[in-house]
Design a protein around this ligand. Sequence first.
Ligand SMILES: [Zn+2]
Ligand SMILES: [Zn+2]
Length: 269
Amino acid sequence: MKKSVVSKEYQKLQKEIISLQEQWKTSLDPDRILPRIDKAAMESGVPVVAWTAIDFDIPLFLQWIEDIGKLLANYQPELEKTIETIKGLLDEETAKRWIDEAFAFNHIYFASFAEEQEIDGWIPQFIAETVLRPYLQLTAEKVQGEIQYAVHGAGCPVCGEPVRLAQLEDGGKKVLHCPRCLAHWHDKRITCSHCGNEDHETVHFLTIEGESAAQIQVCEECKGYTKIIDTRQYIVKPTPAMLDLNTIHLDFVAQENGYKSAGETKQTN
Ligand SMILES: [Zn+2]
Ligand SMILES: [Zn+2]
């Protein structure tokens, strides 16, 4: 598997989206985000965002949709019309609904929205998710000091995104990073970060030819995988969002070998 299988265009677009999100985040008023740390909920795997009061700035939200629309139209000019349609449909009530449904990963809502409006199926959810991220990232920034570990199987402790990326830090410690909200937390090096399996016979590594700093940890119990990147030698450390994008070829390798970024939960009864 070569890196070139991932289209350069796709990577370029994603990079531009990440930098747009970084800019957007700086215009957010931190006081509009009020996370509440509920230890008992966190211990049972409920992500922090579920307890966070976010006062969405709807005009700003609509401005961002305009920004992302322009960016997408640079890549696919025919999308311009679709974006115009979406902008026309997004009154305050619909904008709020989009935010709620993006939070809830409600694919069905967005798919049926697209179908009703006769627009490309992927666009509404893609846009909603893109503009939601700066809010998630600011939430993560606010609570990072309280986040040490995650509940195995529950995904990111802040936003619930399935685990897929870790970095090795000082002393070879494994630190999981969420490419969606940028939260980070610790886990044992040998442990499957999806199901918590520690058996060295069933947790092992796929190594990638020519890439000494990258490994894919895989687990035969839950079939989950985690990309583990040794960034200790990096002079400039990329953000987790960029690192995730730059190592997307590893996701293909893992998935081609039958592993998933969300491990299967074992039935225990
Ligand atoms: Zn997250
Ligand atoms: Zn596992």
